[in-house]
Design a protein around this ligand. Structure first.
Ligand SMILES: Cc1ncc(COP(=O)(O)O)c(C=O)c1O
Length: 481
């Protein structure tokens, strides 16, 4: 009998090509060990609540009331919920067409999109049009929607940073496009060199690829760097010259752990550049409720804003969004709450500020603890996590370790991370899952474990690493920095 469509051999080859290391071999082994009763510290995904971060009180109160609107009719509601949460819940319910159980417009609730536009205007100082803002189920869905519109076939290339967050490589594979890598420079604090970028485009063209888009992740995942305004300007000028649409992945914009380079959006820099750039460069910017001090990954709230995208294309994107009917409505309310937060004088304001500041300040301390911890280890070098949620140390593996990995049939950094997992229960992602230069090895860990657990985790990492290096070091040099 002919193979059925869902038999493995007849599946869409693009699906089989997708690789997704964040939930790959390491994650599977960690899950097995957990089932066997071993304590696992899951630092493989930027999933703050899974590592104990408590949700902010106010947004949960509002969404709880939206989910259970009959509570609003209860005479005792004021004993359970503060007046500002009650008022906000009423506000959001009034924006829906039938509460949380009803589909919304496929682009998202108009009132929430207006709140997003107001947020962007306050943040950047330039107008934002709610008609060009679509709410999505997490930033991921938005990225997928737009990549789907850009990629017409394998001759279409998308410039993606290496190391990169595998959403991009996976989605480009899935849609049958070509990933065109550009390398971030570790010795320059994961900066981006425009000459290298040009080189990547030239090389791709020589292979017959039309480069159509470029992705930047700012602040970076897994690399944690914050792009300077000057760098953003160079990138936007490059996109103008090369006629590329820029994907500005800005989901970590609240996660900043240094003061020299505060977050600046690609949109703001583009507007500041003036003509012709501000009217010519096509930009799609993404944001999410999953990160920052919200960390509401499970709620799946995101948005994208389109700049300089012609109305007919926006209509097509709307049409594609309509195929899924509507983004999750509770997620849209989380997004509204994130972009339109409490103001001084609101009853819940002090508590909100205490909670959100507490989270960000602790993350800043944890970023420091982790970087310093890694840098105190033998054969480990690590750039400071300026932003986002990850530490991405380079592990300088001795040749004997690389040989042992080969013998075990493993990529060297996978070998190291598996050993680390078995010895300590720390579940990381090998650098090869994000891409790295040939012969250089990394691992990625989040900075999310509880602050009080951090010294213990770093001690056990150090102990493991010392023993590993002791076992394999033979003074024949290292994988290169
Ligand atoms: C760079 C980057 N973009 C997008 C996402 C996805 O975010 P969301 O949960 O909103 O889909 C993540 C999640 O870790 C990420 O790191």
């Amino acid at each position: 009998m002919a193979p059925k469509a869902l038999d493995y051999d007849s599946l869409n080859e693009n699906v089989k090509k997708v690789q997704y290391a964040v939930r790959g071999e390491l994650y599977l082994r960690a899950s097995e060990l957990q089932k066997e009763g071993k304590k696992i510290i899951f630092t493989n995904v930027g999933n703050p609540h899974a590592l104990g971060q408590r949700p902010l009180t106010f947004p949960r109160q509002v969404v709880a009331l939206c989910q259970a609107p009959f509570l609003l009719d209860d005479p005792n509601v004021g004993l359970m919920f503060p007046a500002d949460a009650i008022a906000k819940a009423k506000h959001y319910l009034s924006l829906t067409s039938g509460g949380l159980g009803a589909y919304s417009d496929s682009r998202g609730i108009p009132g929430v999109r207006e709140e997003v536009a107001e947020f962007i205007e306050r943040r950047d100082g330039y107008p934002s049009d709610p008609e060009l803002i679509f709410l999505t189920d997490g930033a991921s869905k938005g990225v997928m929607q737009i990549l789907n519109c850009v990629i017409r076939g394998e001759g279409d290339g998308v410039l993606v940073p290496v190391p990169q967050y595998p959403l991009y490589s996976a989605t480009i594979s899935l849609f049958g496009g070509s990933l065109v890598p550009y390398f971030l420079e570790e010795t320059a604090n994961w900066g981006l060199d425009i000459q290298d970028l040009r080189q990547s485009v030239v090389q791709a063209r020589s292979r017959g690829i039309t480069v159509r888009a470029m992705v930047i992740i700012n602040p970076g995942n897994p690399t944690g760097q914050c792009l300077s305004e000057a760098n953003l300007r160079e990138i936007l000028r490059f996109c103008y010259q090369e006629n590329l649409v820029l994907f500005g992945d800005e989901v970590y914009q609240q996660n900043i752990y240094q003061d020299q380079r505060p977050f600046v959006s690609s949109k703001k820099v583009l507007m500041e550049m003036g003509l012709p750039f501000s009217k010519e460069v096509q930009l799609v910017s993404f944001h999410s409720v999953s990160k920052g001090y919200w960390g509401e990954c499970g709620q799946r709230g995101g948005y994208f804003e389109m700049t300089n995208i012609p109305p007919k294309s926006v209509d097509e994107i709307y049409k594609i969004a309509s195929v899924s009917l509507s983004p999750n409505v509770p997620a849209q309310i989380f997004m509204g709450l994130m972009v339109n937060p409490l103001k001084p004088g609101d009853i819940s304001y002090e508590q909100f500020i205490r909670e959100s500041k507490g989270i960000i300040e602790s993350l800043r301390r944890r970023a420091r603890l982790m970087t310093d911890g890694f840098n105190s280890c033998r054969n480990v070098v690590c750039n400071f996590t300026e932003g986002a949620m990850y530490s991405f140390p380079q592990i300088r593996l001795p040749p004997k370790a690389i040989e042992a990995a080969k013998k075990a049939g493993k990529v060297p950094d996978v070998f190291y991370c598996l050993r680390l997992l078995e010895a300590t229960g720390i579940s990381t992602v090998p650098g090869s899952g994000f891409g790295q230069k040939e012969g250089v090895f990394h691992l990625r860990t989040t900075i999310l474990p509880a602050e009080e657990d951090m010294p213990g985790i770093m001690d056990s990492f150090k102990k493991f690493n010392d023993e590993f290096m002791e076992k394999y070091e033979d003074h024949r040099g290292y994988s290169r920095m």
